[in-house]
Design a protein around this ligand. Structure first.
Ligand code: PHE
Length: 452
């Protein structure tokens, strides 16, 4: 996540912890860098920060969010129609991500959202940079300023987002987020709209179907903003809580087909985001577990100022669509969202997030990659990216299984276990060997390691 004050309990997709605390140089050898790269039909100069990879560039044209019948699109539409249901007092504008480039400036992704200059999210280890002035958006919040500047008071925005991360069944360097926001004028009319909104939302959601644990308080750790009137903010928070609780009820009871007998348990926890305060994280008790679902809060006035929006205040939230879709449909591996196999795609149809029927589990094949490091350390995300470049979606997970320092020469050795498995066919031994040989040779070229 973008700076939770407590350590995350488990990895999720709206929330990824920024584990590295400072900007480090890309390990790519300078000689292997072309002077420019082609991305979505444009040509961009590279520099020493360039760390975007071919496998990531190949995902950019996919636009899963716009494919009817794809679970990402189904979930997006479900949430959009929930917020725009008949009779709702505000209309949520839902612009297509197609008119917003995934390539954003550090100003859009970080500065305008009040990220401190040393925030780890900015690091080359966590984000994909085209060059120092351009990166792939790491969250949909990167477009908040443009969206607020468009003049719509309420909007929902869904797109692909990109983060460097580990390789396993729930982590993929491309995933989808939905950002939603609603702002109100601070004048009498605006506040009347806000109160109407609260009343409508309270009425539209059956409160007895919910069991809310609210662990939040306003304090120095999670304060009001200086320029805000606390009474107005309390109303905004009430509107936020009612809106989110209503959405969760829609998703985790109605869409999940869960019986109405038991109330849905929802937990509100204090959080930290540079671009909201107070900030919250919301969890749902589902299938016997508390699951982190989204982050939200009261929009920083600085963001609205950058959008030239004056005398308004409101809330925003951001959620990860893969994570919610995986929970609701029991899709077991995040790579399936990228599958072109009809046995996957034909299972879903507009309007319904039905349970996924696994069609087959093909055998896995693991290979170990052991090497001596040229120096004290290597960034694991550099290893993961090069494995993806060689294996694409045939890699299921990568795990560090050994790390030792030779007692005589003090050289450090790492061993990563790479599990290869296709989601839709059996892999031959030769094919896996060939991929693994490429992984070893690319490790030498990119990381300067010595294969053991
Ligand atoms: N952008 C945040 C994330 O990716 C989520 C968020 C959006 C939080 C809007 C608050 C408000 O984790």
């Amino acid at each position: 996540m973008f700076g939770l004050r407590r350590p995350p309990k488990h990895a999720s997709h709206a929330f990824r912890s920024w584990t590295n605390t400072f900007l480090r140089r890309s390990l790519a050898a300078p000689t292997s860098r072309p002077p420019s790269i082609e991305i979505l039909g444009g040509t961009y100069p590279t520099d020493e920060t360039t760390n975007i990879t071919p496998s990531i560039i190949s995902k950019l044209p996919e636009r899963l969010y716009s494919r009817p019948g794809h679970p990402i699109h189904i979930l997006k539409s479900l949430i959009e129609s929930h917020f725009n249901q008949h009779g709702a007092p505000s209309t949520f504008h839902c612009p297509s991500a197609d008119s917003f480039s995934p390539l954003v400036t550090p100003k859009q992704n970080f500065d305008d959202l009040s990220f401190p200059s040393d925030h780890p999210g900015r690091s080359l280890q966590d984000s994909y940079y085209v060059n120092r002035d351009l990166l792939l958006r790491t969250h949909t919040s990167a477009h908040e300023v443009e969206l607020f500047a468009s003049g719509h008071n309420s909007w929902l925005f869904t797109s692909d987002v990109y983060r460097r991360d580990e390789i396993d069944a729930s982590h993929y360097p491309v995933f989808h987020q939905m950002e939603g926001a609603s702002v109100f004028s601070t004048n009498v009319t605006g506040m009347k709209d806000l109160v109407d909104n609260i009343e409508y939302t309270r009425y539209a959601t059956d409160q007895k179907d919910l069991e809310i644990e609210d662990l939040t308080v306003i304090n120095d750790e999670n304060p009001y903003q200086l320029d805000h009137d606390p009474e107005q903010v309390d109303l905004v928070i009430e509107s936020l809580k009612l809106s989110i609780n209503g959405l969760l009820l829609k998703l985790f009871r109605d869409a999940a087909g869960v019986s109405r007998a038991d109330p849905l348990r929802v937990r509100w926890i204090p959080a930290y985001f540079p671009f909201t305060t107070p900030s919250y994280e919301v969890e749902v008790f589902f299938n016997g577990k508390w699951l982190e679902i989204l982050g939200c809060g009261v929009v920083q006035d600085a963001t609205l100022q950058h959008a030239n929006v004056k005398n308004k205040l409101g809330w925003a939230f951001g959620l990860g669509l893969e994570r919610i879709a995986m929970i609701l449909t029991s899709i077991p591996d995040i790579r399936l969202f990228w599958s072109k196999d009809h046995r996957f795609l034909s299972q879903f149809s507009s309007g319904n997030l039905t349970k996924f029927q696994p069609y087959s589990k093909y055998p896995a094949c693991y290979k170990d990659l052991s090497f001596w490091l040229p120096g004290p350390t290597v960034e694991h995300n550099d290893v993961f990216d090069l494995v993806r470049d060689c294996a694409g979606d045939l890699v299921e997970n990568v795990e560090l299984i050994d790390d030792f320092i030779h007692p005589k020469n003090q050289k450090r050795s790492l061993c990563f276990r790479i599990n290869y498995r296709s989601m839709d066919r059996s892999l031959s031994n030769e094919e896996v060997n060939e991929i693994h040989t490429r992984v070893a040779s690319l490790s030498k070229d990119r990381l300067g390691v010595e294969i053991r």
